[in-house]
Design a protein around this ligand. Structure first.
Ligand code: MV4
Length: 665
């Protein structure tokens, strides 16, 4: 077994690998960029080595720097995690040349699966079901039209070197084929310096189902069942689960057998994933093989009880797999959500900043894989994923319920995050029913995500809990002031819950170990596990367990439940009467300014002073978290002044430009 493993990665996956290696008694070495000097993976590892500046291209992607770090630390093996160098055959080769073990497949297997045309040919030869299509080189757009007609519309045009949806087009007629071929080819040429294009039948409303495989260096390959990852947004997975609610035992077995056949055909020795798409009729087709540990591997670990990182390390060290296919049992259900630092109501723009509050949920069936801690900084340099939240239970319904509660408990302040969106996805009847497809998000949120309302059956509980919280605060204040002479300890029973201009009269009286709360719509029995200062409140309302986050906000509260934030004030009736007399302050009009929606670098300005712009026209480009974000005009107008210059490092809400005041018509 290895004595020392270097983890050529950062964030949650580096932490997750370090924990398993340490449990196995292996010394761990973290590598880090300047931006990560104080990161969690560096704190967890036994040793750490600086490998370069913040930019990935100068640190986590630098093969030489990582090999040098192995030399300096004396590591005998490297785990690459996912992303970065994990699927670069050249990295595996360079390590081998330096006498260091790559904890992953052989370079030839990585290379064979890195090319879509080659991997599809290999899969076909191995007896794997592939999408009907054409794998020859297509000379030009006219040749593409001929091939598309042979296949039958609709077709999909794909770049052999493609990935993440780049160089991919759907065509439903000859015109779209001509146009799509040219677009895909030029995109492939500029993105991958490889313009080989192939065509296949377009599978409508597909589901993304992938098989986890595991091979050793002695010719054994097994599979660990499937994961379904159909809930994606622009090729970014959002929710994954195992098993798939779509597969029956026969389809699972057929898919598993084909995945194993493909892995055997490339002499696969590590953990890997064979991706398929499935159509409505459970026909399934090979898409690609990922020759790395995947982000969503924990759902497989939860239903199999296995540690995939441990197995990867053991097979890389030459151990034989003792686990046989018949030993692999799938037990229960696991769901994973990816918590990203991005603002779902601002078009999922990445958000950066300090995690001023960060508390992970915990408990039976709840697993959190993260690489951050309270006080940590979410920087612009890397992927904006904060954590993976995984829940598992006996049934799919129970795992979903546990996920919704865990999301309610997850406290993140200081950066925008997608928990409101995740909660909304999990709350849809369609997700619950399991009728998934890769179009799920586009179909369920056709206007993007605009935020949610508190569920109808949570309105009365939220009101009752707010009243009970106010009552507890009142009791606390009364017990303090009661110790001063002349201050009696009196807490009222009548309150008004103010929500915007709504007023809800509430009567609250202690009853048993909680309160009886009477609203206009009925009485509720409320018990709380909450004290002043707690961020989350576990409540029982008429016997129903519910979690609310509670932020004090001046004299009021913000209650968070189901991904929805509700601002409330709970005041005595005479104060409510006074509130009604106060003029409402109008918020300042910021619509005349283009503000930076996130901290980032201003890399382009598409307009000049005095220019007239139309709604939707590009104004400026901000680079943050490796992504370029184009800011567009929300309506027609004239640029009056430009307040920033290219190269400026902008804070959130920094003014980029100012529009002229519209002249009265
Ligand atoms: C497809 C397809 C439908 N038909 N191929 C997307 C990423 C790339 N790996 C392959 N992809 C697709 N290929 C045919 N013939 C639909 C997709 C697809 C998709 C696949 C898996 C997960 C999410 C997806 C989202 C959009 C499209």
């Amino acid at each position: 077994m290895f004595k020392k493993i270097l983890i050529a990665n950062r964030g949650e996956i580096a932490c997750r690998i370090i924990r398993t290696a340490q449990r196995m008694g292996i010394v761990t070495v973290a590598v880090h960029s300047d931006a990560d000097a104080d990161a969690l993976h560096v704190r967890l590892a036994d040793e750490s080595v600086r490998i370069g500046p913040a930019a990935s291209a100068e640190s986590y992607l630098k093969i030489d720097a990582i090999i040098e770090a192995c030399r300096r630390s004396g590591a005998d093996a490297v785990h690459p995690g996912y992303g970065f160098l994990s699927e670069k055959a050249g990295f595996a080769e360079a390590l081998a040349a330096a006498g260091i073990t790559f904890i992953g497949p052989l370079p030839a297997a990585i290379a064979a699966m890195g090319d879509k045309i080659e991997s599809k040919k290999l899969a076909h030869e191995a007896g794997v079901s592939t999408v009907p299509g054409h794998l020859g080189i297509i000379a030009d757009a006219e040749a593409a039209v001929g091939i598309a007609r042979d296949i039958g519309y609709p077709v999909m045009i794909k770049a052999s070197a493609g990935g993440g949806g780049k160089g991919m087009r759907i065509a439903r007629d000859d015109g779209e084929t001509r146009e799509g071929f040219r677009a895909a080819q030029s995109e492939a040429r500029s993105s991958f310096a490889d313009d080989r294009i192939f065509l296949e039948k377009y599978i409508e409303e597909p589901r993304h189902i992938e098989i986890q495989v595991l091979g050793d260096a002695h010719g054994t390959v097994i599979h660990l069942g499937e994961r379904e990852c159909s809930i994606q947004r622009r090729h970014q997975k959002v929710v994954e689960e195992a098993p798939s609610p779509f597969l029956d035992a026969a389809t699972r077995e057929a898919m598993g057998a084909q995945a194993v056949a493909l892995a055997k055909a490339v002499n696969y020795r590590s953990a890997g994933t064979v991706e398929f798409i499935a159509d409505r009729n459970r026909n399934f087709y090979f898409l690609e093989m990922n020759t790395r540990l995947q982000v969503e591997h924990p759902v497989t670990e939860c239903v199999t009880g296995l540690d995939l990182v441990e197995l990867m390390i053991r097979v890389a060290a030459g151990e034989k797999l003792t686990l046989r296919q018949a030993d692999v049992r799938l037990d229960g259900w696991a769901v994973e959500t990816r918590i990203y630092a991005e603002d779902p109501v601002r078009g999922f723009l990445p958000s950066t900043g300090r995690l001023i509050r960060y508390r992970e949920p915990a408990g039976q069936g709840v697993r959190v894989d993260s690489g951050v801690f309270e006080g940590a900084e979410i920087a612009i340099y890397y992927d904006p994923m904060i954590a993976k939240l995984v829940t598992s239970a006996k049934t799919r319904d129970a795992a979903i319920d546990l996920m919704r509660t865990a999301l309610d408990e997850f406290v993140i302040r200081g950066v925008a995050h997608n928990i409101p969106f995740l909660a909304a996805v999990l709350a849809t009847p369609r997700f619950r029913s399991g009728a998934l497809s890769t179009n799920f998000i586009a179909e369920e949120f056709p206007a993007g995500f605009t935020g949610s309302q508190l569920a109808e059956d949570a309105v009365a509980p939220a009101t009752a809990v707010a009243a009970a919280v106010r009552r507890i605060l009142g009791e606390r204040e009364a017990s303090i002031s009661g110790q001063l002479p002349g201050h009696g300890a009196v807490v009222g029973t009548d309150w008004v819950v103010c929500h915007g201009s709504e007023r809800h009269a509430v009567k609250i009286i202690p009853a048993g170990d909680g309160y009886e709360v009477t609203l206009a719509t009925g009485s509720h029995c409320v018990t709380l596990d909450w004290q002043p200062g707690d961020l989350a409140c576990r409540a029982r309302v008429d016997g129903r367990a519910m979690v609310f986050q509670i932020d004090r906000d001046g004299s009021g509260f913000r209650l968070i439940h189901g991904g929805v934030t509700v601002a409330l004030q709970v005041v005595p009736p005479h104060v409510a009467a006074l509130l009604d007399l106060m003029p409402v302050k109008a918020p300042p009009d910021l619509s005349r300014f283009l503000l930076s929606p996130m901290p980032g670098l201003l890399v382009a300005l598409a307009v000049t002073e005095g220019q007239e712009v139309r709604q939707g026209e590009a104004l400026a480009t901000i680079e943050a978290m490796k992504m370029e974000n184009v800011l567009r005009a929300e309506r027609d107008g004239t640029v009056a002044a430009i307040r920033a210059k290219i190269g400026d490092s902008l804070a959130v809400d920094a003014t980029i430009l100012e529009f002229a005041v519209a002249e009265p018509a």
